[in-house]
Design a protein around this ligand. Structure first.
Ligand code: FAD
Length: 447
């Protein structure tokens, strides 16, 4: 077995949370050699040698957007953290300057919280005093359900940079071909758009009656579906992929749907959700709602072990419940909160409880939306939701128990997005639905 290394702090996972945690540690003060970030992510399939090349923390949302653009696609080092939130870009040199050890291309296969020891696939051991779990999620694969033909070539998923390189290569290889996107969530919507921008013939398939049903109302979805249709994306709703045909080389040729129809396909991209990567810690730490249960400082049931980002189920103070959030804003803020709490505990100083306001966003084609708060209660649409308008701008408020608890806005300016943020935080009493609809953004601007 390779010799062991000891660190005061170990962050397991070098994704979004891992990168923002490193920045916060540096801000709060760490001595050289005290902090290590261990992560398995590496570039293995890029056309640019040397390979494999390790990957320092980067802004994951870029992978389904600018990374796949037909012109001037984004590439590292352009989108290392923390550029996604307007901060300094942390290049690999930054970590060495700060004395933070980046242990990359290293998968941890065993975590023993009792002995505070992590073991890598190569047999190296790492011991720690404080552990921050930031392992994120893995994609759900159709092969997990035994879907016939799901292992065919060119059936692709998107989570890590390697996946994005595979998808980029497939797009180049199948120019002018047919792409089927399985899944109607934000990954499905973003990928359908970017595939279309690459001149593929795109069909989206999803089982629900409309896209993004976890957030969108039927009215909001109707706008996006029409917009996509106008751009040439075909949408097939209310059915699922039950199998795939492949040619003699094993390359996918068609998607078989439950409704009996068959879609020709040169590329299939599947975005049907993720699973938090908590397996290493099963039975060692309390879990809740599919994630690792934490307090308002992201400390788990095991003292000195913290969990942040996609894997954490934390107290959502504003709604007095517990939630797990798979979005980038929370991954950044939870990492910062955990590090503040760790350092605050050491210094004996108080840290305020995490008081998160849910925030999600997405961008595709010329569209860009933001959502703040909770999408519960009655939804009231306002503004210009005509997909053929030159510059559509519309939104929705959600009203529950007489209070406006959530707001969605397509095409908002920075000031308008700030206004809906304030509204979702303040939860003002709502006027009648007709008045809200008529007031539109004016209602948020008065907060
Ligand atoms: P991640 O960023 O996934 O990082 C986890 C890291 O841990 C990875 O590098 C992984 O390799 C590593 N790891 C895991 N297990 C191990 C192990 N055993 N050993 C070593 N290393 C390990 N959110 C939005 O709000 N808006 C968006 O537009 C948006 N777009 C997205 C687009 C894509 C393609 C994806 C995949 C996600 C998107 N998200 C978006 C979600 C957002 O990126 C995630 O919520 C966020 O990255 C979570 O951060 P994290 O640090 O918890 O996990």
């Amino acid at each position: 077995m390779a010799s062991g290394k000891h660190f005061k702090y170990v962050v397991l996972g070098g994704g979004v949370s891992g990168g923002y945690a490193a920045r916060e540690f540096a801000k709060q003060g760490v001595q050289p050699g005290e902090l290590a970030i261990i992560s398995k992510e590496a570039v293995r399939n890029s056309p640019f040698p040397p390979l494999p090349s390790p990957v320092a923390p980067y802004e994951r949302p870029a992978l389904s957007k600018a990374y796949l653009f037909p012109q001037n696609p984004a590439r590292l080092p352009g989108f290392h953290v923390c550029v996604g939130s307007g901060g300094e870009r942390l290049l690999p040199e930054w970590y060495s300057e700060k004395g933070i050890e980046l242990i990359l291309s290293t998968e941890i296969v065993k975590a023993d919280l009792a002995s505070k020891t992590l073991t890598s696939a190569a047999g190296a051991t790492f011991t720690y005093e404080i552990l921050l779990i930031a392992t994120g999620s893995s994609v759900i694969k159709l092969s997990d359900f035994g879907t016939q033909g799901a292992d065919s070539n060119n059936i692709l998923y998107l989570r890590e940079i390697d996946d994005a390189d595979n998808l980029y290569a497939a797009i180049q290889a199948k120019k002018g071909g047919k792409a089927v996107v399985v899944g109607g969530g934000y990954i499905g919507l973003e990928l359908s758009a970017v595939l279309k921008m690459n001149d593929l013939d795109v069909t989206m398939v999803f089982p629900e009656p409309w896209c993004m049903p976890r957030l969108f109302t039927a009215e909001i979805a109707a706008f996006y579906e029409s917009y996509y249709t106008n751009k040439g994306v075909k949408i097939v709703k209310g059915t699922v992929a039950i199998g795939f045909d492949a040619d003699a080389n094993g390359d996918v040729t068609a998607v078989k749907l439950k409704d009996g129809s068959v879609l020709e396909a040169d590329i299939v991209v599947v975005g049907v959700g993720g699973r938090p990567l908590t397996t290493l810690f099963k039975g060692q730490v309390a879990e809740e709602k599919g994630g690792i249960k934490t307090d308002a400082f992201f400390e788990t049931s095991v003292p000195g072990v913290y969990a942040v980002g996609d894997v954490a189920t934390f107290p959502m103070k504003i709604y007095n419940d517990e939630r797990r959030v798979e979005h980038v804003d929370h991954s950044r803020k939870s990492a910062e909160q955990a590090v503040k709490a760790i350092k605050g505990k050491e210094a004996g100083s108080a840290v305020e409880e995490y008081d998160y306001l849910p925030y999600f966003y997405s961008r595709s084609f010329d569209l860009s939306w933001q959502f703040y708060g909770d999408n519960v209660g009655d939804a009231i649409l306002f503004g210009d939701a005509d997909p053929s308008s030159a510059k559509p701008k519309f939104g929705s408020y959600w009203v529950k128990d007489g209070k406006c608890v959530g707001a969605f806005l397509e095409g908002g300016s920075p000031d308008e997005n700030t206004a809906i943020t304030k509204l979702a935080r303040a939860q003002p009493p709502a006027t009648s639905p007709d008045e809200l609809k008529a007031a539109g953004l004016q209602f948020a601007s008065k907060i």
